[in-house]
Design a protein around this ligand. Structure first.
Ligand code: MFK
Length: 620
């Protein structure tokens, strides 16, 4: 076939050439001369080959640990343990040589549902690919959940575990999703003090035969955010703490898990249940019975999603699922909040990991891709664009690691009161802000590959699809902004006091560094604006605080990221790049809540105008 194409190409070239020859009246040329000429032209005209000799070089993945100067510097500063460095170096190699391929296979071989067996029996098997199963084994061996509970590095346990997760995530075909829920379930069980020791040991095991993953079935048809009024599942008591559950779960992620935590309303003898949050209790259930049959669960269908296609997400009918009560009655939401803290931290880690991977690929590509006569790396505008992505990634990384450090301190019982307040406030702040950053950074990064960034088999588009979920699951940006308000209200403002004190303290050292003076000035002024705003906001018309919730959360994120960058830049081993990143970060509007407030954004009149703008032309 290729030969035929070639010949046809040659004939066409010959025809064109003889036309051009006759038009230019060089009629003395012999046919053989023409053929020779045609032969030489065939290279230029692609007639000898269908595709031509030039190919773009693809961006190569190299050890993500050695590539990541900020991660290495951070660990050198906070966890300078050779064993950790060796483990991450080895793990980085394993990611390149083994894990990345498995992750890609998961994307290419999405899970499917086998509803019946060959003989017509309902089986509801979710069939995942071998690579997905292999990733479960690797997760167990590498202790990706276990490391969080082993206490090897004391208060830096979570920093170690999450450094590993951060390297793993962009190559792991979303296996981080079941790991997040597994870790969250372990945390809930550990905090509840319930006697399910064997389950806890399975969730935190390094033994692949023993290791279990857990789901988190929270979302029902009435909605995923408003869990309290959306949950219709009921629990009928069988004996003691053992119940049967009846309900419909609308989104269940990584549904191939071994067990799950789920919310339901306990009914009384007349079948009545308490509505609202105080009617919800938390249950633990195994998904399969010991004989391999389903534990009263029917898989209605698998979801067809924009991204996260590697992960089975299912609609489930619970029809008498045997489950064990693991919270106090009516304390289901407060109990599962422990899981939400962990899964939100994972979400944050995965967001910054996606940004880091994109930055690594972009810079690698820029060193081999030429356009307009020079490599992309030699185009200042291109490098400026990449430097902005790098700055976002660095700021997000430092915030993420700080949340992990605080979590580790709390679990190690070495947290001060300030640490505990900061952890409560920064968990939703970090989740909501990095979720948005990830979408922007990954999207902008794709653009730097030109059209190739839009082509499926480069593997790049799936990065954008998978980033998009990060601002949705585990609480949308607005729901998490309201959680920020909840944390402020519940602590009577103490979380904010902890925030102010911590930021101020981080800026003290930097004051003596001339290169950071402007950054410190901007941060101080933004912090002072934020403090004034939060003092006055409670005296404003009802609803004002809620309207400001998202901008307030963004302000907290930007100021805290700025303080962490400045703090990192004052470390004795800091580089001029660290200083430059802090300077650039502080150039932006660090306190959008005050900027927007000055324009009247939260005034009652603006609410009316916003409504008119949105619903313009629609009869309400
Ligand atoms: C890449 C890896 C990422 C991980 C992948 C995992 C995949 C799984 C995908 C999913 O399942 S996505 C679905 C996740 N669902 C959510 O994130 C739910 C979003 N909605 C909320 O977070 C709502 O704000 C919430 C359900 C918590 C509101 O419920 P309520 O009942 O209206 O809350 P309420 O009454 O304010 O609080 C009840 C109790 O919980 C209070 O305790 P007390 O009774 O002791 O006062 C609250 O303080 C406590 N609470 C609520 N949120 C908390 C919390 N405690 C600590 N931290 C929190 N964040």
């Amino acid at each position: 076939m290729a030969v035929q194409v070639c010949c046809r190409g040659n004939r066409w070239a010959l025809h064109m050439l003889s036309r051009s020859v006759s038009h230019s009246s060089v009629s003395s040329k012999t046919v053989s001369e023409l053929e020779e000429h045609t032969h030489s032209l065939s290279h230029t005209l692609f007639s000898r080959s269908a595709i031509g000799p030039f190919f773009q070089e693809k961006p190569l993945l190299t050890n993500p640990f050695t590539q990541d100067s900020l991660l290495r510097a951070y660990l050198k500063r906070h966890l300078p343990v050779q064993e950790v460095e060796r483990d991450l170096l080895r793990f980085g190699e394993r990611i390149v040589s083994e894990i990345d391929v498995l992750g890609r296979q998961c994307e290419l071989n999405p899970p499917r549902l086998q509803r019946y067996d060959a003989w017509g029996r309902r089986v509801d098997h979710i069939i995942t690919c071998d690579a997905w199963t292999h990733l479960k084994r690797i997760s167990a061996h590498e202790g990706l959940v276990a490391a969080g509970y082993e206490r090897t590095y004391g208060e830096y346990n979570r920093v170690y575990q999450m450094s590993k997760m951060y390297l793993f995530a962009p190559s792991a075909g979303l296996y981080t999703c079941p790991l997040a829920m597994t870790d969250g379930a372990a945390k809930v069980i550990q905090s509840s003090g319930m006697l399910v020791k064997e389950v806890f040991e399975r969730l935190t095991s390094r033994d692949e035969k023993k290791f279990w993953t857990s789901g988190q079935w929270m979302t029902e048809r009435r909605g995923g955010s408003d869990v309290s009024s959306g949950t219709e599942t009921v629990a009928r008591q069988q004996q003691g703490r053992f119940f049967k559950l009846y309900g419909f779960k609308w989104f269940t992620s990584a549904t191939d898990a071994d067990m799950t935590l789920t919310l339901a309303r306990i009914t009384d003898a007349h079948g009545h249940a308490t509505p609202g949050s105080s009617g919800l209790s938390l249950f633990l259930a195994e998904v399969w019975d010991s004989d391999g049959s389903s534990n009263g669960v029917e898989v209605q269908r698998l979801k067809d999603k924009l991204g996260t296609r590697q992960v089975p997400t299912a609609e489930l009918l619970l029809d008498g699922m045997k489950a064990q009560l693991i919270s106090e009655e009516g304390r289901g939401v407060a109990s599962i909040a422990n899981m939400l803290t962990i899964t939100r931290v994972y979400n944050t880690v995965c967001a910054v990991a996606a940004m880091r991977r994109m930055c690594q690929l972009c810079r690698e590509y820029s060193c081999k891709r030429s356009a307009f006569g020079k490599l992309l790396k030699d185009h200042p505008l291109h490098v400026q664009t990449l430097s902005r992505l790098e700055m976002e990634t660095r700021a997000a990384f430092l915030l993420t690691m700080e949340v992990c450090r605080l979590l580790g301190r709390e679990e190690n019982r070495s947290a001060s009161e300030r640490d505990t307040h900061l952890l409560r406030l920064l968990t939703p702040v970090a989740k909501l802000y990095t979720g948005k950053q990830a979408v922007c950074v990954v999207s902008e990064g794709l653009e730097s590959f030109g059209g190739q960034g839009y082509i499926e088999d480069t593997g790049l588009p799936s990065m954008l699809r998978d980033a998009q979920v990060l601002s949705i699951w585990e609480g949308t940006t607005n729901v998490l902004s309201l959680d920020v308000l909840r944390s402020i209200a519940k602590s009577s403002g103490l979380v904010l006091q902890a925030f102010y004190a911590d930021v101020k303290e981080r800026l003290v050292l930097a004051e003596s560094c001339p290169a950071l003076r402007q950054a410190v000035l901007s941060l101080r002024s933004s912090l002072s604006d934020l403090m004034s705003f939060s003092q006055t906001v409670t005296c404003r018309p009802a609803g004002c605080l809620e309207l400001a919730a998202r901008d307030l959360s963004y302000s907290l994120a930007r100021i805290y990221m700025g303080a962490l960058l400045v703090d990192h830049a004052t470390w004795e081993n800091a580089t001029h790049t660290d200083i430059y990143t802090a300077q650039r970060w502080c150039d932006q509007d660090l306190c959008p809540v005050v900027t927007r407030d000055a324009t009247g954004c939260y005034d009652p009149q603006t609410v009316i105008m916003d409504t008119e703008l949105v619903y313009d032309g629609l009869k309400l």
